[in-house]
Design a protein around this ligand. Structure first.
Ligand code: E4P
Length: 228
């Protein structure tokens, strides 16, 4: 399983990238608004993220258009920022139509706001390189977001979509809207290809009380050795 960082915050991305465990970044309009981002700085901001993580790490930037022509225009502009930009497109008819055209042009799409198996299969058939089922937002309406991710992983894994995607690459499932380290555990056990995690969740993933306790006792015993 790979980890992407789900943030637009440059300091979080710099810090997480230095840990060596991040294979990409996902952003969305809300995450950019959260850091006080301005429209005029958006392209430069995405370019900065691409610089920090390097050319092998995909960076998702979202189209905010609602019609296919608008999505295509957004996507072409975003894809021109850097070769590792992946365009996030919402799961809807106009998004699917635009995704097909973008895949045929060689522009990678991360199909976002996906909440069901039929949506995920349509996204894969339309040529999406990544599909992002959301966990937390499903949980928020008293449904089981993890169940949906498991269903989508199983359904997509049962077919070969290489004839649909850019360059025949395999479609990958990004577990999104991750709210806890347990979400990450369950997604790994289900075989999700990627989890995109907020920095707060990434920090929690590193910690375990037994690690802290073990470290504490090793340090105390080492003090005894030094005093002997
Ligand atoms: C995914 O790419 C989205 O940016 C993100 O995971 C949404 O998470 P949220 O539901 O916590 O806002």
């Amino acid at each position: 399983m790979k980890f992407f960082l789900d943030t637009a915050d440059l300091s979080e991305i710099e810090e997480a990238a230095s840990w060596g465990a991040i294979a990409g970044v996902t952003t969305n309009p809300s995450l950019y608004a959260k850091i006080g981002g301005k429209l005029s700085d958006f392209d430069d901001h995405i370019a900065r993220i691409c610089d920090i993580v390097g050319p092998d790490c995909p960076v998702s930037a979202e189209s905010v258009a609602m019609d296919r022509e608008g999505i295509l225009a957004d996507a072409r502009k975003l894809a021109a920022i850097a070769p590792n930009v992946v365009v996030k497109v919402p799961t809807m008819v106009e998004g699917l139509a635009a995704t097909r055209m973008l895949a045929d042009e060689g522009i990678r799409v991360n199909m976002t706001l996906c909440f069901s198996v039929p949506q995920a299969i349509l996204a894969a058939r339309a040529g999406a390189r990544y599909i992002s089922p959301f966990i937390g937002r499903f949980d928020d309406i008293s449904e089981d977001g993890l169940d949906q991710v498991g269903n989508i992983v199983s359904a997509i894994g049962g077919y070969d979509f290489a004839d649909s995607t850019v360059g025949g690459e395999q479609v990958e499932i990004i577990a999104a809207s991750v709210r806890s380290a347990n979400h990450v555990t369950q997604c790994a056990l289900m075989g999700a290809d990627i989890a995109t995690v907020p920095f707060g969740v990434l920090k929690k993933m590193v910690r375990h009380p037994l690690t802290d306790r073990g470290l504490d006792s090793f340090m105390k015993d080492w003090e005894k050795v030094q005093g002997a």
